[in-house]
Write a protein that binds this ligand. Structure first.
Ligand code: SF4
Length: 194
């Protein structure tokens, strides 16, 4: 496991949604890192849903006393990056492209703003392949010269803990992953995580 003494203490944490950040953000702070958040959001549709998730991320940052950068809402860019993949099922090629878009934008922001390390909340989800997420994180980070901090947050019952914490903190929990295509794959809110 990379420690802050090796690579500098400033971590940019890519945040897919507030509930999923309730475990990773405090955990990285507990490891001794300085951790700020980055919320991308072009993969979240429609805009009203993005606003609710954004507000929830801002609320969590306030509760933790940390800074979060909210990327301007740009679904058009996300549709360009995932073009031709609308028919793919959740977990397939569209999601791979989506992870690349989210983590790519995060790594550019990290490089431009002096963060030496980058990580993500995405691996807390039981619906996402943590090995793939970490592989894409390594790939995009190597392009921008930022160090990838691999983690698998769903280990040790991380997802269940995030559900409990988000309920205690009064954070909005979404009912679908985010994009317009994932609405058709709606499942119960208790099973859902971005
Ligand atoms: S289902 Fe989720 S991860 Fe997959 S493309 Fe849609 S928003 Fe992205």
């Amino acid at each position: 496991m990379t420690s802050f003494t090796e690579w500098g203490a400033a971590v940019l944490l890519h945040i897919c949604c507030a509930p999923d950040a309730t475990v990773p953000w405090p955990a990285l702070l507990g490891e001794g890192f300085e951790v700020d958040g980055f919320f991308y959001g072009g993969n979240i549709h429609p805009e009203g849903e993005w606003e609710m998730r954004r507000d929830s991320v801002v609320l969590l940052a306030e509760k933790l006393g940390r800074r979060v950068e909210i990327s301007p809402y740009d679904p058009g860019q996300w549709f360009d990056w995932t073009s031709g993949l609308s028919g793919a099922h959740e977990g397939g090629e569209r999601c791979r492209a989506c992870f690349g878009a989210q983590l790519g934008a995060s790594s550019v922001f990290a490089r431009e703003n002096g963060y030496g390390l980058l990580s993500t909340t995405l691996t807390i989800s039981p619906h996402k392949d943590p090995a793939l997420v970490n592989e894409i994180g390594e790939e995009v980070s190597s392009r921008t010269g930022v160090r990838w901090l691999p983690r698998v947050w769903r280990k040790n019952d991380g997802f269940r803990l995030s559900v409990e914490r988000s309920r205690e903190m009064g954070l909005y929990r979404q009912k679908y992953c985010g994009c317009v295509y994932s609405v058709r794959e709606l499942v119960s809110p208790m099973e859902r995580s971005v």
